[in-house]
Structure formats: C-alpha cells, structure tokens
Ligand binder design. Sequence first.
Ligand code: HAM
Length: 425
Amino acid sequence: MSDNTTFQAPIGTHDVLGPESALWEGMVGTFAEFAYRYGFELVLTPLFEDVGVFNRGIGETSDVAKKEMYVFQDRGERTYALRPEGTASIVRAFVQHSPTTPWKAWYVTPAFRYERPQAGRYRQHHQLGVEVLGTDDPAVDVEVIALASRFYTALGLKSVRLLINSMGHDGCRGGYVELLQKHLTERAGQLCDEHQKTFAENPLRVLDCKKESCIDVTTRGPMLPDHLCDDCADHFSKVRAGLANLGIESEPNPRLVRGFDYYTRTTFEFVADALGSAQNAIGGGGRYDKLAEQLGGKPTSGIGFGSGIERLLLAREAEGVTTALINRTLDLFVIDTTGEDVATTLVDQLRQAGLAVDRAYDQRSMKAQMKVADKSGARLALLVGPQEHQAGEVTIRDLRSDNFEQAQQRVARDSVVDAVKQLLN
Ligand code: HAM
C-alpha cells in the first residue's frame, strides 16, 4: 500500500521561492558588498558544533541555551547542537585557527531556536553578521555599528533607531550584579513567575524581561551605566562620541543587557519602529571580550552584530520600501518553432555574451511558447521559425510594447547579440 502523506516545511520554518528569493539574494549581495568595503572576509563554519561551544559561549542560563537549542546525539554518541546564533561558532573557529588579528569575519547563516513561532519569530531564521576579534579599540565598536546602520539605510529603511548600553567588564559588572541581586531579593515576590524562580541564577536576565512586573521592579533598582569603572565609562563615551561624529544617533538604554552571557562593555540593538515590539529588533550585537578565553583561547577582545534577514524584509514591507536590491529579470526569451535544435545553440551563444536568457521546451506550439515568454518577465523575445531559420535570421520582439508593427524586427543570426544588446540599452 502506498503512503500518500504529503509533507510541509516544519513548524516555524519557511521555504523561500521566487520572486521573494530575489530579495534575499539582493540582501545577501548588498551585505557582502558592505562587508567587503569594510575589510571583512567571509567565514564559513559548520551548522552544528559541540554543544559546549554554545553552552559555554552564550551561557547555560540564557533562554536560548536552556529552552531553545536543538541538541542531538549523532551516531557516534557525541552531543551536538544546531547553531542558535553565529558568534560562538566564529569565535570557536578563531581559537582553533589563530588567524592574524584584527580578524574581521562576516557570515550569512541559518540559526535554529525552538521559539514559539509567530510573525518575525521563527525556529529557523537567517542572520547576516560580522565579528571582529583582537582589538578593544572603541573605533571598532563605531565601525561595526556604522556598518549596520549604513547597511539598513542602503536597504531603504528609514525608521530605525539605535539603542546602546555598556555592560562594563567583569570587575565593574560584578559589583553591580551584587547590588541588583540584593534589590531583586528584597522584591522577589513582585517579579514575574519565571523570574521569581530564576533571578538568582543570573539577575541580569531580569533586566531583559518584557513583563510589566519585572520592568517595574528593575526600573526602581540600580542601573548598570551608573556603576561602570572609569575605563569602561571612558570606552562607552568614546563609542558614543565616535558615532555622533559620523552623524549616527544612539539612544542610551540601561536595560539593554541582551540575551547572551558573553557580552561585555558595548551592547546595541537596532529597532525598526514600523514593526511590533515582538519582532522589531532587526539587528543586535556587542562586545564579548571574554568569549575567546571561555572557549579555551587566549584573552582576545571581540565585537560584532547579527541581523535577521526575515526581520529586515518585514521592516522593508512595513515601511513600504519596494526598491529592488538586485535585478533578476530575464533579458530574453527564445521561441523556437523550427522543430530542430536552434534554441539550444542560440541560448548558449546569448548566455555566453552575458545575457539572462530562458526558453521553452517540449516543442510546444508558437502560441504556447509565446504565453510562457509573456509570463517570464523577459524584455525581449527572440523568435526562430522555419522561415527565419532558412534565411539565417531571427525575429526580435519587444514584449513590453503594445505596438505590434514597431515591436518587432528581423536581424541576421550573426548579428543577434549586438542587436539585442543595443535594444536592451
Ligand atoms: P540576537 O539578537 O539573538 O543576537 O539575534 C540577532 C538578530 O537575529 C535579531 O536582532 C533578529 O533580527 C534576528 N533574530 C533572532 N532570533 C530570531 C527569530 N527567532 N526569528 C527571526 N529573527 C530572529 C545574536 O544572535 C548575536 N550572535 C549577535 C551578535 C553578533 N553579537 C555579537 N556579535
């Protein structure tokens, strides 16, 4: 008996087909171009890592490690996790290969988190990101944030705000965490159900909580930026001044501790005001000056950001941005009714000349092929029937013109590439 089950993409994931896929391609291409302009090299790492890379990297008390990671055992009984984010893998690769610093890596990757799926929140989402390892110069913080900001502008986004904070380094944060712990312990009963149970594990997580009760308690408590040591405060003010020098506005937000344990000093998030609060973070990042050590490497400063492709597309849609990021329309469609193999050689010649060309198959009628040509979005159709074939000619028709007479001309087969290029220009 045959099993007729049909399958769907798993919950919280999605297929991307044309024409939407052209936006993805354009977005990745634009980001690659920016990364190149800013001196970054593409780095590829495996989609899964030893689970320890993430547990140690993003922190076992983070929501992502605790509740959202896809952890599995392979057939050799090693415990791996699908990448929930890009940074830990890049830093693992840095520690493994010791490239010359500063090392500037960019990436595009799917990321897997077992979230409650909703608009802009998926179990497989896709990130564009950069990481710089080997310097704690505030100029790098400025450069990384500027790259993100300029990239969003290039995508046509206008209503994007940059929130910024400093988490300090181990020393100044340690003292602050003690104060926060005390404040929360005294008001534990007022926290949300989850944080009543878990705040002691990592009190900073409560600052990130979106529930009114936790916001209320933390608003009345100590704030991190007031407890920074002189060095961290100086670093933070240099980053803010550097951004201001480039004309990039930043809004200080003392709650911005972000969801992973690796952050130190600068943290930031870009928020698209056209989107609802559950999915308006279109990008975020920060410094992680201890992460390389946590993953077994030498002390090495680092900073980077990741940006969700789906969220960027949603933000463009919400702002009504319709500009294409890449041209993916066909130049030509070849219609061959000779009953011979003319189309095969013609499309090969045109494609070798750099043109985007498609054709019909299966020896269909002229009418049927014309229909496909119209649907294809191509600018021009090239028609070769028995007559043209015998005369060594091709008919070129402008598919966007209503005037049939003016819309077509016959040219010699030998000069077709030149004629087509002239018409396309
Ligand atoms: P993140 O804030 O968790 O940071 O994710 C970066 C971006 O990915 C978010 O701002 C959002 O646009 C998108 N994103 C995250 N989760 C989802 C989801 N479930 N569905 C759709 N989009 C999502 C990181 O991942 C850090 N690795 C960023 C970083 C790089 N920090 C330093 N370097």
